[in-house]
Design a protein around this ligand. Structure first.
Ligand SMILES: [Zn+2]
Length: 164
């Protein structure tokens, strides 16, 4: 099927959309009630996660370690991965991952979903060094945060419309 035909017939049920039944259901019936996050450790974790958005995970870990050291009796801050899962559960926003060309030419989806090499630059889909030395097929990942979940999350907070 041509790329244009795929666009014309795109739907949430298309396997290339990579929507699980749970994600599909949440998209159709999003939670509407605001959810309070009242645990101070979780709040600190989320604020740190969002504040360190353009930093490495090491920044988060360093802040967490500092909080644990300076405030040992405080509500514990969740780990980086746990905070990610809390945010994902609360917002419904989780990235959809696709393999992409090492040269950023294409994503391996649609007609290219099973291709072993980029049709533009002809580079292997998988890290050639890793494949030759270990046999592991590791591709470069491209992550998309679907905007529909972000919009739905905004509607759960009564302060969000004031910022529009
Ligand atoms: Zn390429």
């Amino acid at each position: 099927m041509s790329y244009m035909n795929r666009l014309k017939t795109a739907s949430f049920d298309d396997p290339t959309a990579k929507l699980s039944q749970e994600r599909h259901d949440r998209l159709q019936n999003p939670p509407a009630e605001p959810e309070a996050i009242d645990n101070p450790g979780v709040k600190m974790g989320i604020m740190t996660y969002l504040g360190a958005e353009h930093s490495s995970q090491e920044t988060y870990k360093a802040v967490r370690k500092g909080v644990e050291t300076c405030y040992p009796d405080a509500s514990p801050m969740p780990t980086f991965k746990h905070t990610e899962s809390i945010i994902e559960e609360y917002t419904g926003v989780s990235p959809i991952k696709y393999n992409m060309c090492w040269g950023s030419c294409v994503t391996f989806t649609g007609d290219l979903e099973h291709a072993d090499a980029c049709p533009e630059c002809h580079k292997s889909r998988y890290d050639p060094f890793l494949f030759e030395t270990t046999g592991e097929k590791r591709a470069r990942m491209f992550k998309i945060n679907p905007p529909e979940y972000m919009i739905q999350a905004l509607f759960r907070n009564k302060e969000s419309p004031k910022n529009l």
